[in-house]
Design a protein around this ligand. Structure first.
Ligand code: HEM
Length: 427
């Protein structure tokens, strides 16, 4: 079966895995130089190679078949935290039913309703920043995006409750993303023994109890937050989400939407600090320009490097026929840095996104097709508003002359040192 897969590096899986973990960009670029638009890599723990694509036509072909399955490993890693009915983990008809129900609350035009929440959360965070002292902006962005989710999505208006949830959720997220816990989970699956996730159970139960209170309150008194909209939403057969499932979807939105958006913002600031002409133009710029800055940042520093599928049927790309069952993913970094689609692909040029032409499947920071990011419009709104507000309140300078390296952090590409900046109040 592997005979029809495109060629790829011949190093043993352990070497390929280490290269991906430690120097992902160098690994991807060297595969592109050697093998071109598509290639097969072998990672430890995967039984078959994974095919990576970077040609927009091939990516379109992959994403236009709704029947393809989830990429391997997603369910094992996320199910304990998200729960069995998370939209991120279901497939087929069950997945589609939830997509249909959850899409309207995330529709682009609704997003204006949340701008003031984002502005307030940003202003509150910026007020804590030291003047003239270097600090890493990534953790600041994590606090902002967590607060925004708790207010706009969960609808928690009470500050004490929000503080309590924020503290426990940050704790849970930090503990579940620690490499030693992930390694422990893999080890206990292989060798048996105590489940390292058991230690997290009481933390999870505490969070669930707080979420149940919020769900009950919103049922009694619906508001404009996304939780209220989910409570009021109906499946095509008229049924509604029950409390246990609402909890799963809230945790899903938190996990999918918090770290990703914070990382996207940290990258945007890093790119701006290295491109002073764009930075200087931003304060007071119109929404279209700020939006173009966000699009260009997500192009040049895609936060999520892979968004793959397991093929449900043969896929023909770049002269090969990939058989059903193959794991295939766009290599998003490579798709975004094609010189035939983006002249001078490594230059940061928001103007690329101002002529109104759609980049199609050469721009896939949010994946595509029937599993495309549900929160894309939310994330773009949030990034645009945070950028505008930070730069209205503070003038930023780089704390280091060197641009950030790409470090892999869980499933994201993240700035290695957290984007260190110096901020001064604007006079
Ligand atoms: C810059 C920020 C973000 C990035 C880069 C991002 C990226 C992605 C990617 C690559 C996927 C997988 C798509 C695929 O497999 O085709 C995804 C799925 C998803 N994202 Fe996002 N995301 C971001 C922010 C958000 C936010 C703010 C939310 C919600 C508040 C969110 C909710 C989701 C959900 C629910 C899914 C699962 C969709 C499904 O399986 O049907 N994301 N995201």
């Amino acid at each position: 079966m592997t005979a029809t897969l495109p060629p790829g590096p011949s190093a043993p899986p352990v070497v390929q895995t280490l290269r991906w973990l430690v120097r992902p960009i160098a690994f991807l670029e060297s595969c592109r130089r050697q093998f071109g638009d598509s290639f097969s890599v072998s990672f430890l723990g995967f039984e078959t190679p994974m095919v990576m694509l970077s040609d927009p036509g091939a990516i379109r072909a992959l994403y236009s078949v709704p029947e393809h399955g989830l990429p391997p490993g997603r369910t094992i890693a996320l199910r304990p935290m998200l729960g069995p009915r998370s939209v991120l983990l279901l497939e087929g008809r069950e997945h589609l039913a939830r997509r249909r129900l959850m899409l309207p609350p995330f529709h682009g035009e609704r997003m204006r309703a949340y701008e003031s929440i984002v502005r307030e959360a940003t202003a509150r965070e910026v007020a804590r920043w030291p003047a003239g002292e270097p600090f890493a902006i990534h953790p600041c962005m994590q606090r902002v995006t967590l607060e925004v989710i708790l207010r706009a999505v969960f609808g928690v208006t009470d500050e004490t409750r929000r503080g309590r949830l924020a503290e426990r959720l940050s704790d849970l997220l930090a503990r579940t993303s620690s490499p030693s816990l992930q390694f422990g989970v893999l080890l206990s699956r292989r060798l048996g023994g105590p489940d390292p996730l058991a230690a997290l159970r009481s933390l999870r139960e505490g969070i669930d109890a707080l979420l149940e209170e919020e769900i009950a309150e919103r049922r009694a008194d619906p508001r404009a937050d996304i939780l209220s909209l989910l409570i009021g939403a109906r499946f095509e057969d008229g049924g509604a989400l029950d409390d246990a499932e609402i909890r799963d979807q809230l945790m899903t939105l938190l996990v999918a939407g918090h770290e990703t958006t914070a990382t996207g913002l940290a990258w945007t600031f890093d790119l701006l600090l290295r491109n002073p002409a764009v930075l200087a133009r931003l304060p007071g710029a119109d929404d279209d320009y700020v939006h173009a800055v966000v699009s260009e940042s997500l192009r040049l520093r895609p936060v999520v490097p892979l968004a793959g599928r397991r093929l449900s049927a043969e896929l023909r790309v770049n002269g090969s026929a990939l058989p059903a069952g193959t794991d295939v993913t766009p290599a998003i970094w490579l798709a975004h840095t094609r010189p035939d689609r983006y002249p001078e692909p490594y230059a940061f040029r928001p103007e690329r996104f101002l002529d109104g032409a759609s980049p199609g499947f050469a721009w896939v920071p949010f994946g595509g097709g029937v599993r495309r990011c549900l929160g894309a419009a939310f994330a773009e709104m949030e990034m645009r508003v945070v950028l505008g507000e930070v730069l209205r309140l503070r003038a930023l300078r780089p704390a280091s002359p060197r641009a950030e390296h790409v470090a892999r952090r869980n499933v994201t590409f993240s700035p290695a040192r957290g984007t260190r900046v110096i901020a001064l109040p604007r006079t």
